[in-house]
Design a binder for this molecule. Structure first.
Ligand code: TYD
Length: 392
């Protein structure tokens, strides 16, 4: 593993601070990112134990976003039509935004964050409040094997992917389909979206790397959908090698070639990326310094894990911000890790109250711009760092 990026000492991105521990020393770790030329994997170099991140305090809820809810609904309809599964299992079922599109008797959820698991358990779903592993896979497959396994934005969180794929192989029917959805490394590098790297994102996968890993587990990608979600993601449709029911689409090769052409299999590409990250930091800091000098009222929109990485890396702290707006009930009244900026309950933006709004949730830009049409019409401005720092 060869290091190409150092994002400094960072707090745990989703560990929002209560007022009572605002002055306590935060746990920090060095956020560095490396590339492994043997398997083409890009991963963070120092990892945090999963129990410190995915526990009963986990703040992220899939159902908070209209975009995500719509995506899950459409995918569920597609799965039913195309694969007509008897049983569907979701790894990382969060607060149920995906599984709620299926009948309770046909769907199983696995969710280790107890606060989230309990939301769906209370509604009567079959949920295992555990981490996904071979032990759980054996337990589930004794009752029934499953036809579809879906997992979105979870594989990138798990260090030991061998355990994941072994467990999947135990539970998945011979003709079953595994659908994985995670941020795309190609989009991350293209957009200089270095904020895809934080404690929870141990890996940001390229198709090249995933394709190679899956081979070891006798699994293969047969179709890929390129999505807009989370700043650019890929949805991989995967089958067991022995399953000849589905032909491998030409678009798999197309995606692989696109990534190779871009250079995702070369260390020099990542070095170039890290230079761009450095100049992105300088540019963003300059924008904030200028606005501060001119006494502009700045707030943040979407207190994301991503914004935690950016603001800590660029050393843009509470001195620049009045506060952040966020819709997630758990985050309201708390403070962003590291920079200690207060998070307030979301209110529609008014240009009479705010001058500039930093897009913490830049991945939901479309949804947000639609919602804040009046603010924009009345001259309100946004700041973003993707694909390069600018005021819009
Ligand atoms: P997310 O996209 O999951 O980013 P990360 O993984 O980096 O944390 O989080 C989106 C956050 O933005 C979430 O806290 C909810 C918030 N949000 C709003 O406050 N308003 C909105 O209109 C949208 C779309 C999101």
């Amino acid at each position: 593993m060869k290091k190409f990026l150092d994002l400094g000492f960072q707090p745990l991105a989703n560990s929002y601070l209560d007022i009572k521990n605002l002055n306590k020393r935060e746990k920090k770790f060095n956020l560095s990112v490396g590339y492994n030329s043997k398997n083409n994997l890009v991963s963070i170099l120092n990892t945090v134990p999963k129990e410190q991140m995915f526990n009963e305090d986990y703040p992220y809820k899939s159902s908070e976003s209209k975009t995500m809810k719509k995506q899950f609904k459409n995918l569920a309809a597609y799965i039913k039509k195309k694969f007509d599964p008897k049983t569907v299992l979701e790894i990382g079922s969060n607060d149920g935004a995906f599984i709620k599109n299926f009948s309770k008797k046909n769907v199983i959820g696995v969710e280790p964050c107890k606060n989230l698991a309990n939301i769906t358990i209370r509604k009567g779903y079959k949920i295992y409040p555990n981490y996904w592993d071979t032990k759980l896979a054996k337990k589930i497959s004794k009752i029934n094997k499953v036809d579809i396994i879906y997992s979105a934005n979870t594989l990138s969180h798990i260090k030991n992917y061998s355990e994941i794929f072994n467990a999947i192989n135990i539970t998945l029917n011979e003709n079953g389909i595994l659908i994985l959805e995670d941020p795309s490394l190609l989009e991350c590098i293209k957009k200089t979206a270095y904020d895809q790297f934080y404690c929870e994102h141990i890996y940001v996968f390229s198709t090249i790397a995933l394709h190679q890993i899956l081979k070891k587990f006798n699994l293969e990608i047969f179709y890929i959908q390129n999505l807009d979600t989370h700043g650019g993601s890929n949805r991989y449709f995967i089958k067991k090698k022995s399953n000849s029911k589905f032909k491998i689409s030409k678009n798999v090769d197309k995606n692989l070639k696109k990534e190779i052409k871009f250079g995702l299999n070369k260390f020099s590409t990542y070095k170039k990326f890290s230079k761009k990250v450095e100049s992105s930091r300088i540019k963003l800091k300059k924008i904030f310094d200028n606005l501060l000098k001119n006494n502009k009222k700045i707030i943040g929109y979407g207190a994301t894990a991503k914004s935690c990485t950016v603001l800590n890396y660029c050393k843009i702290d509470k001195k620049y911000f009045k506060f952040f707006y966020d819709t997630t009930s758990y985050k309201i009244g708390k403070y962003l890790p590291g920079t200690k900026i207060l998070i307030k309950k979301y209110k529609r933006l008014k240009s009479s109250e705010v001058d500039y709004v930093y897009l913490g949730a830049w991945n939901f830009k479309k949804e947000i711009f639609k919602k804040e049409y009046n603010f924009i019409k009345n001259g309100g401005k946004f700041i973003t760092h993707v694909p390069s720092p600018k005021i819009i």
